[in-house]
Design a protein around this ligand. Structure first.
Ligand SMILES: [Zn+2]
Length: 111
């Protein structure tokens, strides 16, 4: 994970173990990994849509309360990465290497 101009770049492979499950990590990383996988599920279910809101809410804690803001999601056509934006927090990120994971809900019977 690295930060470039406040955009959080996440390679999902870094969060997974050999079985493709979320790896054992510290609670903060684990919480973030679950946030990413929920976004991936939403993104792959809405794969044909250019932009939509994820089925998850922002879990960022601000002023000791959970944000619960909406998370806007879109897929970059050129490289298939998933972009997300926490609307309330103005935090943004990009997820790569999510294809083929257990959270990839695209229907492969459609071609
Ligand atoms: Zn938020």
């Amino acid at each position: 994970m690295e930060n470039i101009r406040n955009v959080k770049i996440s390679d999902l492979k870094n969060f997974l173990d050999e079985d493709g499950q979320i790896a054992q990590m510290n609670p903060e990383a684990n919480k973030f990994a679950r946030f990413l996988t929920e976004i991936i599920e939403s993104a792959s279910e809405n794969y044909s849509m250019p932009l939509f809101f994820a089925n998850t809410e922002c879990v960022q804690i601000q002023n000791k309360t959970i944000c619960n803001g909406e998370v806007e999601v879109g897929i970059y056509a050129e490289d298939n990465r998933i972009g997300w934006e926490r609307v309330e927090c103005e935090a943004t990120g990009v997820i790569s290497n999510w294809e083929g994971t257990i959270w990839d809900k695209r229907d492969y019977t459609l071609h």
